[in-house]
Structure formats: C-alpha cells, structure tokens
Design a protein around this ligand. Sequence first.
Ligand SMILES: Cc1cc2nc3c(=O)[nH]c(=O)nc-3n(C[C@H](O)[C@H](O)[C@H](O)COP(=O)(O)OP(=O)(O)OC[C@H]3O[C@@H](n4cnc5c(N)ncnc54)[C@H](O)[C@@H]3O)c2cc1C
Length: 452
Amino acid sequence: MKLKNEHLLVAGSWTGALKPPESIPDRADVVIVGGGIVGVSTAWFLARQGVDVVLCEKGYIAGEQSGRNWGWVRQQGRDPREMPMMIESMRIFRELEAEIGEDIGFTQGGCLFVANNEKELEEQHDWVESTKEYELDTRVIDPKELAQLVTGATPPWLGAMYTASDGRAEPHKTTPAIARAAARSGAKILTSCAVRGIESSGGRVSSVVTEHGTIQTSTVLCAAGAWTSTFCRSMDIQVPQLRVRGTVARTAPAEKLLDGCLFDNRLGIRRRDDGGYTVAHGSILDHGITPSTLRYAFKFLPALKKEFKVLRLRFGKDFFDELAMPTQWSLDEQTPFEKLRVLNPAPSKRVLRKIRKNLDAVLPQMANVDIVEAWAGMVETSPDVVPIIGEVGEVAGFHIATGFSGHGFGIGPGAGKALAAMVTGADSAIDLTPFCLSRFFDGSPIRPMTAI
Ligand SMILES: Cc1cc2nc3c(=O)[nH]c(=O)nc-3n(C[C@H](O)[C@H](O)[C@H](O)COP(=O)(O)OP(=O)(O)OC[C@H]3O[C@@H](n4cnc5c(N)ncnc54)[C@H](O)[C@@H]3O)c2cc1C
C-alpha cells in the first residue's frame, strides 16, 4: 500500500541523531536498564523520593514498544492479577499532565470491546462479574447504546464491554515527557548508552558496565523490554519471553466517529489527539520462530493454543539472527545491545492492506481518509501474558520488570510506582508476588487469562 503524505510523527521517536552521554556518573543508588515507559516511570518515582538514579537506554527514549503502541490506557479485559496496579496507573495517568506540566494527549474517552457473537458477550459478562470487587464502571452495553458511542459502524454487533473511565494517550509524547520530568527531579537519563552487564562482589551487585564506562551501584532494575531475556541469559538467568510483531498505522485527521478505543476482531482503532486515528488489525500477531520459541515452547503452549487462530508463524531470518547472536560476552567488547540499537521491524504490507480494507468495511466514513504513517513494534510477552517482576538470580540487588505483553503502556506508570518501592525496600500498596519469575519454574499451572 502506498502511503500518501507520509511523515514521521510517531517514528520521530526512533529516528534522528542518537545522543550519547557527554559523561557518565561514577556511582548511583539505583541504575535502570531501559528507557521505555516502565524504566522512565520508575526513574521518575525514585528521583522524586530523592533517590540518586541513573537510567541507561541503548537507543532512544521510547524507541521500542513504548513509542510504537496503540496508546490504549485500559482497565477492562485485564488479568485480575494486574488490576490493583492498573487502577493505580489510571489514577496516575489522570493527574500526569498536571504533575509533569506537559501534554501527553491523555483523555478518558472510554474503551469498547465489541461482541460479534454470543460467546464473546458471555465472556464479557463473566469478566465484569469476576472483577466486581474493583468497583470499575465497566458494563456490557446493548447495540443501541453502542451505536450512540460509535457513529456509522456497519457490523451487526451484539453489544460491547464498555468502560467509560478508560483512556488513551499519545505514546510518542508520554514516555519522553515522563523521562524529562524524571530528569527535572534529578534522575540522570542517558541515551545511546547500552548496558553490557553487571559486576558483583560478595554476592551483591557492585556495578553496571555500560559502553561508555562503569557506574558503581548496589541496585539494578532491568526494564529492557524485548531484550530482558537476552540480558538475563548472559547472567545465566532463564526468563521465558517471546516476541510478536504488531503492525500499526495512523490516519490523517478525520470526522469524530468515536472518542476512545474500540476493539473488533478485525480492527483496533483509537481516536488520536491530532484528530486522526491509530489503527491496527484486531487479530494478527506475526511471530518469527526463533531458538527461544523452541527453548520455551512448552511454557508458551497454553498461550500459543489460546492465540492459535491469530498467530502467523514464520520460519526464516529471525531464527538465524537469534542463532547467530552471542549469549555470553566479555564486558569490554561490543554486545548485541549496541549492534542492534533499535528493534525496528518493518510493518507488514499484507497486514496494512487488511487494515485498510477492514477500516473501510467497519467504518465506511473512513474510506476517503488517508493512512499517512505506518510502523511496527515487537511486543514481548511472558507465558501467561502477565508481567515478570522481582529480584532474580544469585546476585542480590538485581531486579527485572518485563513481560508486560500488549498492555504495558497503560499499566506502565503504576508499575513504575510499585517498582520504585520494590527496589528501595519500601512498603508498596501493590502486591508484586503474583509476578515472580519462579511461577514458571515451580510447577504452578501456566494459565493465560487474556490475549497478548
Ligand atoms: C504494536 C504494539 C501495540 C501495543 N498496544 C498497547 C496499548 O494500546 N496499550 C498498552 O497498554 N500497551 C500496548 N502495547 C504494549 C506496550 O507498548 C509495552 O508493554 C510497554 O511499552 C513495555 O514497556 P517497557 O518499558 O517494558 O519496554 P520498552 O518500551 O520495550 O523499553 C525497553 C527499552 O530497553 C532498552 N534496552 C534494552 N536492552 C538494553 C540494554 N542492554 N541497555 C540499555 N537499554 C536497553 C530498549 O532499547 C528499549 O527502549 C503495545 C505494544 C506494541 C508493540
């Protein structure tokens, strides 16, 4: 599909000159690996408490998942384990623009999961019932109310799950704005600064080795998104994690047909703050089979079964690229993190054609509206599609926060608040034990409750 009037509003997050640090600090209380929404939110909360924190990002802030996502900030449809953190995240989002003094395009425009059949409707009623204790405003609405929320949609939907308080924000604005707020509060945010590995002494983290030098510290948070498993493997820690490619597009400004987010099995669509829409296919996940797919196949079997209909498996370049990637390295030489600074998969042309077709079929008023930008992102996921959080491995002081799957943008600020408490040993109102890595190795059943 030929894109008219193409320009890089979203992709501006991962293009342009890289800015390596002029110098790096000798020491810090906490070092964070990764400048996605999870890393920068944690840095922001730590810095506001007066903790001396350094964040190292190998490429650009929000250069990977956090700048490429759909921008949905939703509570509905989540695994119940995520609910307390997500409710806190929504509270933070509501106040974020005022707190940081920057526009992130946040609006509580509502979220709709439409039902195409009775089974989907029943599942929606079940979800609402199972999360009653959280007192959300989620309801299952009928086609008449749905038609009032979405102008001119053609499918004969039976109803929808609807949460009026759910929201949206612009990914290309949000994470960089939180990073700037963290810096204003005293965090040191270093870009183009890959962390090569960790050194330890007496069974505890003693320093972080970056491509630009070493930072003494006793506490590390690895929030490295799709790279966490690779990073941990170099420390002999197994983190089951796989990647799926999602293709996304942005339209030119158009008539207001809905104010928030809508998910149909053919289409995911969100109103943007510039009057356009962010659109994607509702049910295509591209997974390039890699050695990790084989290594973790058994653990991912329940998720693969659940997503079987929407998964498009490919065997080819991804397999050989990962096979050729070293799993261990010396800290004084270039690592995979510097060789591939930005994970920048190409959008699938086939999926883009389907997005165009489905958009026009579901919302015919969009037929004359151009798609002006397209991109793709690698969603990283855990076997039960819920994050992996905690101190891991043999070396005390090394923590991870990863596996946020296709819903980590909305929960990111809430995760950052809980992670800041975790790494400083403070009390957090949010229980992180359901997210421990050991759940994948201690024989606990692996049950994905939601989609990737
Ligand atoms: C197409 C798509 C659509 C999505 N839609 C939504 C949505 O609508 N709503 C939602 O809530 N979520 C959504 N998500 C998921 C969400 O984007 C992610 O869960 C979230 O952004 C993860 O944030 P993160 O900080 O953990 O990881 P990332 O944003 O991936 O950040 C990790 C960072 O670590 C850096 N890094 C890695 N290794 C190193 C190293 N060794 N040294 C230094 N830096 C390193 C990387 O460069 C990267 O910038 C979507 C994701 C995608 C891809």
